[in-house]
Design a protein around this ligand. Sequence first.
Ligand code: HEC
Length: 110
Amino acid sequence: MRLLYFFMLLIFTSCTYDEINVCQTDNPSFRECVLPIFQKHCVSCHSVGGSHPLILSDFNTISNAINNPEIDLVLRINDDGAAVMPPQGKISVQELQIIDDWIYQGKPNN
Ligand code: HEC
């Protein structure tokens, strides 16, 4: 029985590492890596029925928001002061890196 737990733990840990590795490449997938970050940190306010009219819930709305110089999405998530988005505090360095790499690749819808 103990051996079974050991193998279950091993499988669980290896899956977790794989998922992280999938996103920490120079070419992270929009669907697997970028969208979940926006779903986790932004859509509670930035979706239909949310507290702010800017929608960030899918490829088109996120891509358009990044292209729009008037709303400075990239600056807002990198801000070190009061303008940071989400307002409760900056997303992690890894998450910022994934978004950055995806933009650098030309924002593919992958
Ligand atoms: C708790 C609610 C909340 C969350 C979560 C949140 N925002 Fe916001 N966001 C706001 C509010 C309110 C404003 C308007 C006030 C301001 O600009 O600071 C705003 C403004 C913005 C703007 C500027 C919009 C404009 O029209 O100028 C951008 C870009 C933005 N948010 C991006 C994001 C991103 C990206 C995330 C997730 C990483 C996020 N926000 C998470 C509430 C939120």
